[in-house]
Design a protein. Sequence first.
Length: 542
Amino acid sequence: MTTIEPHLVAADSAADRADGFFTGLAAWITTTDHKLIGRLYISFSLLLLVAAGAIAALLGFERIDATADALSSGAMPQLFSLYRVVLTFGVLVPLGLGLAVAVVPLQLGARALALPRLAVAGFWAWLAGMVMVIVSIVGNGGPGGGNATMVDLFLCAHVLVALGLIATAGSVATSIITTRAPGMNMRRVPLFAWGALIGTIGLLVILPALVGTLILLALDHHYARNTFGGNMGIGTWVGFAFSQPATYVYAVPVFGFAAEAVATATRKRLPMRGVALIGIGLAGSGFIAAVSLVSADLRVNIKDASFSTALTDILPFALFYLVPLLGPLLVLAVVGLALKSGRPRISAAFVAGILSAGMVFTGMVATVLLHIGDAHLTGTVFEEGTWLYCVYGTVIAAFGAISYWGPKLTGRMIDAKKVIPLVGLAFIATVLAALPMLIAGFAKQPANATIFDYSGPQNLWNTVSTAGHALMVVTVLAFVGLALQSFTKGEAAGDDPFDGQTLEWATTSPPPANNFAEIHAISSAEPLLDLKPATTAPEGTA
């Protein structure tokens, strides 16, 4: 596979010119066009987000009255499992992957995605696996499930989900490494594409470890159930893939998108761009902690420990949790310098980029606090709050990315004046859903429980969090409706409606089947700025 010879893509034009329903359906199912594969991932991720948000609201409602369960107490472990699995591997990971699949080849100046059949096979494996995961949990499978057959199905289906995501992640990473336009070295890779590379490398490290663990759990559960704790031990052994820092490795592309959105909004080259690349790379280093399965928490009363004892805690703690935190700090510092150089245009992508990066960064900071022993937060809902900041922060970024690249993919505009309020609502929903869990964690509300007791307004925190999840569901539905209407009936978008800097804006909107009529050779990280006259920073606009 090279940038110049996309031997698989030409056949995919059938998806755009199909006359009959079944012909069109077959074209979508077998497509090797990365733009269609990406849209499939994004569409189903948003659909699963609505379902998971509804489950989260139901669980929140159950936790408002902490003295009794309205639903069967036996169903609670399954609902908590469904909530965690769907939001992590049904929304967080595939939403970022879908955006990368749809956009990254265009940013690279490539005519196709590398290994496109692998990518589309990965999508269908992921989707089939997610359906079976949901069916197994509904059938009393999953962690703590009482139906042995459904527990086996959950473990096997989860392997399929992970393998599908591995396949697509491998396709994206291979594209970035091998299909760049002439002159585009790794220092000139667009920031979002760089974030996608770091994120997919993280996936290619974390997910194989998850697959191996799931296979061992499946064998043990089916034949012995005496090594890993049977159905009750599943959550303990696979929890590393569903919690921090693994989840903020999945969210790393958010920082690349935020930096790129700011650069476009200022119409200037991003200052200290190399520092931003380093920062995104450091943010992805959290995969080390995710797969090491080594406790790096600071012990209780560490201040009273000897120097050598304290050092044995501090060094791994710093490597696992402080070094990844340094990455977003560098990215945000570069973003601050860019904003200082001129007043940006206010766009949906700009607002979403800033807010989403802030939310994921907040989750990373809270994760550091979670692992300080003297905070006594282990086993509380505090971890759920840090996780929600990462998941919903990525959803905010997706709103901005869809409004930014949607016109390029569909050829039609979406009204920023309608998207920005929805981005604001998603931000409010994220804070409402996540922040009360952090507060309740300090009050020692136990994780994954609906019956508990602690001092303080426990009903208040769970009511607010429930309202946050419900607001996110409503916001997602409103955004999807707006996007469908705009991208089918909206006004035509020009080839470069946002005055972009990277190669995707050098082709038509929507792009042809092979993306580019001719291969572009570049000489900087902002090739379109090289072709435009120098301009001063524009005045902000609504």
